[in-house]
Design a binder for this molecule. Structure first.
Ligand code: FCB
Length: 440
């Protein structure tokens, strides 16, 4: 195996999220989330699939933790389901929900693995969506209340905290183009949802610290933006899209300001919140999957850009181009843009989906995933050699899981899940990662 020479204290991990693996959506007093509603709405999810069982992690977590022990990871990134803890998104916590996460976190700690906990991976309690969801500023206040409940209960065991996962995806996919829950089509009028999530982040950081939590960061999806042609028009479109996809969240959190392109679309009183949003962070989590192509808008397009596919690279089954050096480019651009305002980075998600199947010999052979991970870790190493301070890397994902509106077809796990029997089979990439971790 190629020796990538990562520092001996580099943190190796795997990631999951609650809605994608837990199942048991009606057990333990859990309230409905926007993703339950969305999966029940006809035509929203491929094959009409839902996550009522998913990978049944709610019942099978001891087996999944045993797999992580075998893998040898130092950290496990998971999320808490807000509607398990506050079924209506407000008020007194649900005891059964807190008890479930108590047992889960204890078992993770007992296995010698550091829990990295995301408070919110898109499963807004439906009751809060009914009062406007992230369009309503009050949701940020509710989130702070939730953060203080979980901070007080779990700060003694959680080693890294991430208030919100990928607010960009929630705003764009959930509120601007309606591909994800809650399924709204507001285009640029969705931008207030970004501001309210940024505010929720800042308030939650304060609430967590007040509850005694330490090592708090964030996790955002970022992409290098590639203009389709070398023209001034396409460059201009790329600058706009970069502001929307990359800077709308990173700038206020790291710099305390918004990119100028966005200002007209923010709520009127946004400036008063910037100091709250701009909290000192202990790390910045980057989720990287692919670059994004862009061109100047065609006639009749009301937006200042037009998305373009990236051609000329191998693709995953999730239609993502595989571009490892995009990770190096992204990290270097972050390093140059934010300089001393950028805390140490963790790659909180990186991975790929293929149509993995169990072979006749009982194994799951996924050489494409091993190539993907090798390529991306090589690019990461190069970025570190060029001066970017990266402390850890989390593969998305430990398990095959419910990939949102695409359902179960895209398999992102390094462990295969047979959804009929719930049998787990470590893939070849699991063995490869295990060896990498033990060598490094
Ligand atoms: C990220 C999400 C994660 C998963 C991967 C493939 O954007 O955070 O839940 O769906 O993509």
């Amino acid at each position: 195996m190629e020796n990538l020479n990562f520092p001996s204290d580099f943190l190796w991990g795997v990631s999951t999220s609650a809605f994608q693996i837990e199942g048991a959506t009606r057990e333990g007093g859990r309230g409905p989330s926007i993703w339950d509603t969305f999966t029940e709405t006809e035509g929203k999810i491929a094959q009409g699939e839902d996550a009522k069982v998913a990978a049944d992690h709610y019942h099978r977590y001891p087996e999944d933790i045993a797999l992580m022990s075998e893998l040898g990871v130092g950290a496990y990134r998971m999320s808490l389901a807000w509607p398990r803890i506050q079924p209506d998104g407000k008020g007194a916590p649900n005891k059964a929900g807190l008890d479930f996460y108590d047992r889960l976190l204890d078992a993770i700690c007992d296995a010698g693995i550091a829990p990295t906990v995301t408070l919110y991976h898109w499963d807004t309690p439906q009751a809060l969506e009914d009062t406007g969801g992230w369009l309503n500023r009050d949701t940020a206040e509710r989130f702070a209340e939730y953060a203080s409940i979980v901070g007080e209960r779990f700060a003694d065991r959680v080693k890294m905290w991430i208030p919100l996962n990928e607010p960009m995806v929630m705003s764009i996919y959930g509120y601007a183009i309606g591909e994800y829950a809650p399924g709204q089509f507001l285009m640029l009028d969705a931008i207030p949802t970004a501001h309210h999530q940024n505010l929720a982040h800042g308030l939650a950081v304060q609430a967590l610290r007040a509850a005694g939590a330490t090592n708090i960061g964030t996790a955002n999806n970022h992409s290098p933006i590639w203009p389709a042609n070398d023209t001034d028009e396409d460059d201009k479109a790329a600058i706009w899209l970069d502001a929307l996809l990359n800077r709308l969240f990173a700038d206020p959190v790291l710099l305390g300001s918004y990119p100028e392109q966005i200002l007209d679309h923010l709520p009127a009183n946004y400036a008063a919140d910037l100091a709250t949003i701009h909290q000192p962070l202990d790390f910045y989590g980057v989720n990287y999957y692919e670059p994004q192509g862009v061109a100047a808008p065609g006639e009749g397009n009301p937006l200042p850009f037009e998305l373009r596919p990236i051609d000329g690279f191998p693709m995953t089954t999730n239609d993502s181009p595989i571009v490892p050096h995009g990770l190096r480019e992204l990290l270097l651009s972050f390093h140059n843009r934010y300089q001393e305002n950028l805390p140490p980075i963790h790659i909180t998600e990186n991975g790929c989906s293929f149509a993995d199947t169990v072979a006749e010999d009982g194994g799951v052979h996924d050489p494409e995933r091993i190539d993907f991970l090798t390529g991306h870790l090589g690019a990461l190493r190069e970025a570190m050699d060029a001066g970017v301070d990266v402390r850890g890397y989390f593969v998305w994902s430990l398990l095959d899981n419910f990939e949102w509106s695409k359902g179960y077809a895209p398999r992102f796990g390094i462990v295969h899940v047979d959804y009929e029997t719930q049998k787990r089979t470590p893939k070849d990439s699991f063995r490869w990662y295990q060896k990498l971790i033990s060598n490094d």
